[in-house]
Design a protein around this ligand. Structure first.
Ligand code: IYR
Length: 227
């Protein structure tokens, strides 16, 4: 069996992977479920440092996500600089203050009450790393020429999911923070016009005393329909 060939002039490599018999598969799927069920969104962060190489590997794991036409239409901006984190916190809190005090509907505020969120975002300074995920709406050549990206929202969302899984796998915690509107992130990080902020994700260790809401996950019957 050749390991490489050209199809219509394009290089393909032979792909084969380890597979499992059904009992092993069942055990592995149960272990994965138990592991993923341990992941929680966290707002109480420790300031304990996390090695940069870990963050690099987490981002490369996220970047293995499938994407439209394999364009990988995402940029992960990574902030550890204390002064920049402070600026991001300040700008995020300004937007959040306005959101919590007039921009969000009564229903929205009521839905958030069990999570006890508010405009105060100390984790933006406490967490050792902030990963700001940008979606790349299109690609911009040096000469100003634009190239399309495809399914940018879906692709970047999947990459975010992979990122959260990789963070969890490393034994770290994260928050999918959505300050709204998020334009200030592109401005502070001087991103080009083809990039739009998608998620702001503080990453680190949980604080020694860390509280999360007592949430229940929906059972299978509520999230899946088998035909
Ligand atoms: N962006 C705000 C509000 C917020 C909105 C939702 I939907 C949440 O699930 C949590 C918070 C904030 O980050 O506080």
């Amino acid at each position: 069996m050749p390991t490489r060939k050209l199809i219509d002039g394009y290089p393909f490599i032979h792909y084969s992977r380890e597979t499992f018999d059904p009992p092993t598969m069942l055990k592995r799927s149960e272990e994965m479920l138990a592991w993923m069920d341990k992941r929680r969104t966290v707002r109480d962060f420790s300031d304990k440092p996390v090695p940069r190489e870990v963050i690099e590997n987490i981002i490369l794991s996220a970047s293995t996500a499938p994407s439209g036409a394999h364009k990988q239409p995402w940029t992960f901006c990574v902030v550890s600089d204390a002064a920049l984190k402070k600026e991001i916190r300040h700008a995020a809190e300004q937007e959040e203050y306005r959101s919590y005090n007039g921009r969000m509907s009564e229903e929205w505020l009521r839905d958030l009450r069990p999570l006890q969120t508010n405009w105060d975002k100390p984790f933006l300074e406490t967490a050792p790393w902030l990963i700001i995920l940008f979606k790349r709406i299109y690609e911009l050549e040096h000469d100003g020429h634009k190239h399309n990206n495809y399914y940018v929202q879906e692709s970047t969302g999947i990459a975010a999911g992979f990122l959260l899984s990789a963070i969890h796998h490393a034994g770290l915690v994260a928050l999918t923070h959505t300050p709204s509107p998020m334009n200030f992130l592109g401005e502070l990080l001087k991103r080009p016009e083809n990039e739009k902020a998608f998620l702001l994700i503080p990453v680190g260790y949980p604080a020694e005393t860390c509280w999360v809401p007592d949430l229940q996950r929906k059972p299978l019957e509520e999230v899946a329909v088998f035909y």
